[in-house]
Design a protein around this ligand. Structure first.
Ligand code: UDX
Length: 437
């Protein structure tokens, strides 16, 4: 099939590449000329495991091309995907100007039936708005389909190639047939393609992300309570997660959820609910608790140093909002850094992938180490904010040589408690016993 993908951000690029992989001809459009040039030269603009292999293979075989010219992309495409940003506007509602603007531009270019697929996370009612834009500017028939994306950064290629489900919001039989054909190869294992109306599909995305954010936040609160009552959150997590109704995944407590989706989507669903005069209380609490959780590690540090960390120096391992990405949007590490600095401390950071992105935002407010051990030099304590695999089994002998004191504040519960007792560490993690040698 001939496909156009408008917007080569995270979702657009993964979608375009993975659609080419099953034999479709995909042309990706972006207004950013430098980025398009780089992609034309075979450069993948984001860090995502496994993406470069598919990207290069499909470019080499001529199935994946890039352009800044919307007209070229739209001309032959049967299906046009829109994967455009929907940043929160001033009032927390998603800003639809990119999507509605693109719809208007496309409407002026088309000369035959097209399926317009919206992949961005958008408020309920957006498909109707996009339809209205087409009706206003062209008499050519189009079907607008809502097709929310559920892929996770770090495993995006796998999530796209083998999705748990594909959600498609459309009432048009013609569009349903084309979309079922396109997605057929991705659901061979038997996972469902769920057809529904546009509004249910749009709400499904917000409800899924908000539910997961709530699940994590619930566990963060259980962890905080565990510390007070002397319980172990790992045991409680396993204890409840074995109940299939609850499930084992997304029950890991930590320093709060971050990233480009959960914070934005929870906020947008609260805002949409407010617009319909519905008070979505549980989500308002989720937002509040998550804000608090982002600096929980700093609260622990302040308590340990009796509220005085002026002149102290800390090492921070992990900057990305989660492992296997260089994405630092809403990353708890940034809140931790700011809180430490505000309290008069200095910080040296290390992350396997996200250092450049952090340097772009906070510049020389912190020092950047070449590796995880260099970050520890002269540090009074180590803080951990992201569960990268390289932090899971470090060389503690090396750590002991450079870290000034055996003190670790672990926001991701990476280490076994008995091991830390044996090594003689002060070890403060989330929802587990505080170890004081
Ligand atoms: C999320 C959704 O999972 C995905 O379906 C959607 O398309 C986009 O948003 P992503 O933001 O890439 O994906 O990351 P995810 O793996 O879901 O993690 C989100 C945040 O929750 C991270 O900050 C992570 O550290 C945190 N998290 C996750 C926890 O704190 N505990 C957990 O048990 C799981």
């Amino acid at each position: 099939m001939k496909i156009a993908v408008i917007g080569t951000g995270y979702v657009g690029l993964v979608t375009g590449t993975c659609l080419a992989e099953t034999g479709n001809d995909v042309i990706c459009v972006d207004i950013n000329e430098t980025k398009v040039k780089k992609m034309q030269n075979g450069e993948v603009p984001i860090y995502e495991p496994g993406l470069d292999l598919l990207f290069h293979r499909n470019i080499a075989q001529g199935r994946l091309t890039f352009t800044t010219n919307l007209a070229d992309a739209v001309k032959d495409a049967q299906i046009i995907f829109m994967a455009l940003p929907t940043p929160p506007g001033g009032d927390g509602a998603a800003d639809l100007s990119y999507i509605l603007g693109a719809a208007k531009d496309i409407s002026k270019l088309i000369t035959e039936y097209k399926v317009i697929v919206n992949k961005s996370t958008v408020p309920v009612g957006t498909a109707d708005k996009v339809k209205a834009v087409f009706q206003e500017h062209t008499s050519i028939e189009v079907d607008v389909v809502s097709n929310p994306e559920f892929l996770r950064e770090g495993v995006a290629v796998d999530d796209f190639m083998k999705p748990d489900r594909v959600v498609l919001g459309t009432k048009s039989e013609r569009a349903k047939k084309l979309m079922a054909e396109l997605y057929g190869p991705y659901v061979r294992q038997g996972n469902p393609i769920l057809f529904m109306d546009e509004r249910s599909s749009e709400l499904t995305k917000y409800a899924a992300n908000s539910f997961l954010a709530t699940k994590i936040t619930f566990m963060n609160e259980v962890a905080n309570l565990c510390e007070l009552v002397g319980a172990d959150v790992d045991a409680v997590r396993k204890g409840i997660g074995s109940d299939e109704r609850i499930g084992k995944r997304f029950l890991f407590p930590g320093v709060g959820y971050g990233g480009s989706c959960f914070p934005k989507d929870v906020q947008a669903l609260v805002k949409s609910s407010d617009d319909y005069e519905y008070d979505f209380q549980i989500l308002k609490s989720v937002m509040e608790v998550n804000e608090r959780q982002k600096t929980i590690l700093v609260d622990k540090v302040l308590k340990y140093y009796k509220n005085d960390i002026k002149g102290k120096h800390f090492a921070l391992w992990g900057l990305a909002f989660k492992p296997e990405t260089d994405d630092i949007r809403e990353a708890p590490a940034l809140y931790i850094i700011n809180a430490l600095i505000e309290n008069g401390a200095t910080v040296t950071v290390f992350d396997p992938e996200a250092m450049e992105n952090v340097a772009g935002i906070i510049g020389d407010k912190v020092k950047y180490a070449k590796n995880q051990y260099e970050a520890l030099v002269d540090a009074d304590a180590l803080l951990i904010a992201t569960e990268w695999s390289v932090f899971r089994n470090p060389d503690f002998e090396k750590i002991d040589k450079v870290l000034k004191n055996k003190v670790i504040f672990d926001g991701r519960n990476l280490y076994d408690l008995q091991k830390m007792i044996d090594l003689g560490y002060y070890y403060n993690s989330i929802g587990r016993k505080l170890l004081t040698p």
